[in-house]
Ligand binder design. Structure first.
Ligand code: CP3
Length: 361
């Protein structure tokens, strides 16, 4: 592994390991994105996946929020997308402007069209290069997060051929072809494991798995079709790193909307941190996880449109709820989902400032 500059701000890593911190570390999902004029500027000249595939461009946009919010934001997340894994499996994915797959998986027979063996170094080496380049450019300012999509969320995109309000096609697969669905979910998980291990080798200091569509499943279906494959990833990544003598990094699961399964996730998923959306009270989540994992979240992203007064009030309230009568401990402040394109970057600055103020011990 490459030698990197020493880390100057390890708040994120300490909170992820369950420690008490002087204040909560903070970053936001999609922090490198269209709400930033400097990102829109880069996008004018380059297609979305071109940026992902060009390490110098991916490094540049990953650093944009770190530069703008120096001293306020405590992590960088590598600029990429969850849909690079379906691409690695051989599927074509367009971004115009929402993701679409010209040739989705219509029936289990279509699984034969996927690559049977995925060499992540060959298919996703550009992500590893971008991570190494970014890690050097960060110069130890903040830790770098690597990520991938969760098997259920990726499966849903691959079957639906894009986003969907009802997930009717993806769910009909689960119910009609449960065995074929599970075999495909396990295959996706295997690619995710190699991809995440490669990201750690390239320099990622924490990993996050995005299960954006977890909450679309009934709790017992989440436990059957999503949970086991997320668990497979956590176990697989940790055992592969250990087998190669590489130090483990904390792993976060953001299973959006899976709030009924939080106690199970804390007990058995194998993740170090659980990301929360805004539909659960932080103090309740604290009670449910019984100190077994750290928590991340969970402000409603639309509060960034609510004006400074409401934003401050709600960050204060969130901080008190995460502290639950105690101190800031095992908490990474974030939104409950990604930041959206219409946000004024100065309102995000205010969010960061309020977190610094109200999460302080
Ligand atoms: O967080 C970051 O700053 C790192 C980069 C990142 C992107 N996508 C960049 C992106 C991350 C972590 C993602 C994850 C991702 N991608 C998820 C999981 C998180 C979530 O929001 O639920 C999902 C479901 C996707 C798939 C995806 N990519 C969608 C549905 C879209 C279009 C909708 C949208 O928000 O624009 C994308 C495009 C995308 N990924 C953009 C960015 C900055 C905007 C595209 C553009 O620049 O035109």
């Amino acid at each position: 592994m490459t030698d990197f500059p020493p880390l100057k701000n390890d708040l994120l890593l300490r909170a992820a390991r369950g420690e008490e911190t002087e204040r909560a570390p903070v970053w936001v999902m999609r922090q490198a994105g269209r709400y930033l004029p400097e990102f829109r500027e880069v996008r004018l000249g380059h297609e979305f996946f071109e940026i992902c595939r060009t390490p110098a461009l991916a490094t540049e946009v990953t650093l944009q929020p770190i530069r703008r919010y120096t001293g306020l934001v405590d992590a960088a997340i590598i600029f990429s997308d969850i849909l690079v894994v379906p691409q690695a499996l051989g599927m074509e994915v367009l971004m115009n402007p929402a993701p679409s797959f010209p040739d989705p998986l219509n029936t289990p027979d279509d699984i034969a069209k996927l690559r049977s063996e995925v060499d992540v170094n060959k298919e996703l080496g550009y992500v590893f290069e971008a991570i190494t380049m970014t890690r050097k450019a960060l110069d130890g300012e903040v830790p770098l997060i690597g990520f991938c999509g969760a098997p259920w969320t990726l499966f849903a995109y691959m079957v639906e051929g894009g986003g969907s309000k009802t997930l009717q096609k993806a769910k009909s697969w689960l119910f009609k072809y449960p065995d074929e669905s599970k075999a495909l979910l396990a295959r996706i998980a295997d690619v995710c494991i190699d991809f995440l291990v490669g990201q750690v080798k390239a320099g990622a200091q924490l990993l996050q798995v995005f299960d954006s569509w977890a909450g679309e499943l009934a709790p017992h279906h989440f436990e059957e079709f999503s949970f086991p494959f997320n668990q497979q990833i956590a176990e697989g990544v940790k055992s592969k790193l250990a087998a190669e003598g590489i130090p483990l990094v904390p792993v976060t699961l953001f299973a959006k909307g899976a709030n009924q399964s939080i106690a199970l996730l804390a007990e058995k998923s194998g993740y170090d941190v659980l990301g929360l959306d805004w539909c659960i009270e932080p103090s309740l989540a604290r009670d449910l996880v019984k100190g077994k994992v750290a928590l991340q979240g969970n402000l409603d992203p639309n509060l960034l449109y609510g004006g400074k007064v409401a934003l401050e009030r709600e960050v204060k309230r969130m901080s008190e709820s995460f502290k639950a009568g105690g101190k800031t401990k095992a908490w990474i402040a974030n939104l409950g989902h990604g930041i959206t394109p219409g946000v004024d970057p100065e309102d995000l600055r205010w969010f960061f400032e309020c977190v610094h103020k109200y999460s302080a011990n």
